[in-house]
Design a binder for this molecule. Sequence first.
Ligand code: C5P
Length: 224
Amino acid sequence: LAVQDLAGQVVLVTAGPTREPYDPARFLSNRSSGKMGYALARTAFRRGAEVILVSGPTHLSPPAGVRLVQVSTARQMHEAVLTHYQEASVIVKAAAVSDFRSADEYREKIKKDQGAPVLRLEPNPDILLELGTLRDPRQQLLVGFAAESSNFEQEGRRKLAKKNLDLIAVNDIGSAHCGFETDANRLILIDNDGVTELPHTSKMRSADLLWDHIVGNGLLRERP
Ligand code: C5P
């Protein structure tokens, strides 16, 4: 049995990509596999937390013991997170939310003989940015992720401040053996106390090291 150092905590994790449909057959999405978020949910449960996993479409099986809330679009993820965030004492946003959706959703499948359509995009809500203003910092720890290919520290610090986060985990999507779709990752943790570079390792171990960092640095909130 793992150390129960997250006992009493309610952890809300978002994972996976979102899908933004523009006709009945097609959608805009991204390369997120959901593996990092599922690893965070699985390890948090093993360490004693109650876990709510809000997940976009993935090929992964739901981790034992977690409450799975399945969504598809960014707007559905937004709604699910707003429904559940107040129950949480730790919120980790590992999902790769599509920044844009199609402004039009065609009811019929677009035919190629109609000529190339022009897709107009409109922005999705930035769920994490909104949580940064809504959450109670005394009750809820807010952790973001950022997928970057360069300027890791600078981009991490910028998002930490902009989104009012306690901690941000920057992952390197620029090198071949990290980030999207792979089982491994190299996380750089940035908070107001400094920068911690985690080793290149499995996403499961990366998740455990992230929890170790949170517990070890006394970042968890007191539960009433
Ligand atoms: O600004 P950027 O998208 O790089 O920030 C990444 C972080 O913001 C991730 O934690 C991601 O889950 C979150 N995010 C979000 N809603 C969006 C875009 C990003 O919650 N629309």
